[in-house]
Write a protein that binds this ligand. Structure first.
Ligand code: FAD
Length: 434
């Protein structure tokens, strides 16, 4: 028997569950796949309906979670195997090599500054590049650099004719002596009494929905890309501009709802947060530049949370946002690289078109691609969309006793709901390990 708990996934749901359990005096092992905890919330600019700065409210929780005496945070790590049952699970975790000694790294950024190799910046949704020696993002927790072996010159290019490494700049400039090219992946065995899955979502890739022109037209972006574009720590330093070569500031923006969701050919379900995040993004556009007019093309507006309907009313009244009840059929492009939206106005039942400076696609959110693998490892069932299966009267219980699921990995939900579920999962896990 063990009184420790394993939390898989360090987004807002996993962080909250870990904090609750740690405060109850339970030891928590938090396993996070990426190099930092924070999840999708760390990528958002602001949060609806309060427009709080997302990282400003998340960062203190990340730090509390990392610094808590009852938590062990394993980042850049994945669960490989689980055996046993409620009260007594044995878990094998693979901790991947960072090629940086976490105990020595001060997060000063010197290695990143001097590293000559560039790689796509996945935290910024591939908009722009980062270095091969990098910090996952500015407020990363832990604040420890890592080296991307796929792009590192030393690791990919081999030795020179006289047997010397082709690069080693990061090692030369690191005053803490933290760079360690000999570091190996490590396997760690944990014994826990309960498990909480909190692996969240991935944005749905709209490339296959060719009618929207994504990737064909530079000025058609996804909502996740837009969040990074308006964020002060994003690739443009928060300067909202078009991605076409003219670099122009947009004055008209169209937000298209239900891209790949509520769609029989893609994902049948409603992703639940898009009406509100598009409203937020339109409000923020107008806060950046009061001359911006936004148009939200929607099927119906789902504003059922606390304060949500008022938020929509304020967007219309105070922030130049027009809601158009419609079905978008196609997005074309004119000679000036301006997106042209062809749509049916479902109020007047007329086919119309509108030319705008920028289009933002509110794409569906889908379970992480490795949800199937994790379900196999944990022996838990998934529902028809591959979200972890739960039941109405036990909303955080999976199909396996002692294993719980919270946040977006078990169904579409916003941040407050994910936090509430995380606390529920923590309470259920605590019952088992107490
Ligand atoms: C464009 C956009 C804007 C949004 N704006 C808002 C908003 O303003 N307000 C709001 O309330 N909600 C908003 N949301 C929704 C919000 O992002 C989610 O509700 C929230 O992120 C869910 O948190 P989570 O912890 O469940 O999942 P995530 O944030 O996805 O975190 C999951 C974590 O698990 C990790 N992970 C995944 N798989 C594994 C694995 N196998 N092993 C270990 N770790 C793993 C991931 O790396 C990640 O760190 C928005 C969503 C989008 C797409």
């Amino acid at each position: 028997m063990s009184d420790a708990v394993l939390v898989i996934g360090g987004g807002i749901a996993g962080i909250q569950a870990s904090l609750d359990l740690a405060d109850m005096g339970k030891h928590v092992y938090l396993v996070e796949k990426s190099p930092s905890i924070g999840g999708r919330m760390a990528q958002l600019d602001k949060t609806f309906p309060t427009n709080d700065c997302s990282i400003c409210i998340l960062a203190p929780k990340m730090a509390d979670c990392y610094d808590h005496s009852n938590t062990t945070i394993l980042t850049y790590s994945e669960v490989k195997e689980i055996t046993g049952s409620a009260g007594d699970f044995t878990v094998t975790v693979l901790k991947k090599a960072r090629y940086v000694d976490a105990k020595k790294c001060t997060g000063c950024g010197e290695c990143t500054e001097k590293c000559p190799a560039k790689a796509p910046d996945l935290f910024n949704m591939g908009l722009g590049t980062r270095k091969a020696a990098y910090l996952y993002f500015l407020q990363a927790v832990p604040r420890v650099a890592l080296i991307d072996q796929e792009y590192c010159i030393r690791m990919t290019k081999g030795l020179t004719k006289d047997g010397k490494p082709r690069c080693g700049v990061c090692k030369d400039v690191c005053q803490a002596g933290a760079i360690d090219f000999d570091q190996q992946d490590e396997e760690i065995t944990l014994n826990v009494g309960a498990i909480i899955i909190a692996t969240g979502f991935d944005p749905y890739d709209p490339t296959s929905l060719t009618e929207y022109g994504y990737r064909r037209y530079k000025n058609v972006v996804t909502a996740m890309e837009y969040e990074r574009l308006i964020c002060a720590s994003g690739p443009t330093g928060g300067h909202l501009k078009r991605l076409s070569a003219d670099d122009r500031d947009p004055k008209t923006i169209a937000f298209i709802q239900c891209v790949g969701s509520r769609d029989l050919h893609h994902n049948k379900y409603c992703a639940s947060v898009c009406c509100m995040h598009s409203t937020k993004e339109a409000i923020l556009a107008n806060e950046h530049d009061p001359e911006i007019h936004s148009y939200i093309f929607y099927i119906d507006i789902r504003a059922s949370g606390k304060g949500f309907q008022d938020y929509v009313a304020r967007a219309k009244k105070e922030y130049n946002v027009t809601y158009i009840r419609s079905r978008v059929a196609e997005i074309a492009q004119d000679a000036g690289e301006n997106p042209v939206i062809w749509y049916e106005d479902t109020n007047s039942r007329q086919v119309k078109s509108m030319t705008v400076d920028l289009v933002v696609l509110a794409t569906c959110m889908v379970p992480r691609t490795d949800a199937v693998g994790l379900a196999a490892i944990t022996h838990t069932a998934l529902d028809e969309y591959k979200f972890f299966q739960t039941s109405p009267l036990a909303p955080v219980d999976t199909t396996i006793p002692g294993i719980f699921a919270c946040g977006y990995c078990q169904g579409p939900m916003d941040i407050p709901e994910s936090v509430a579920q995380a606390s529920a999962a923590a309470a259920r896990a605590a019952e088992i390990v107490s």
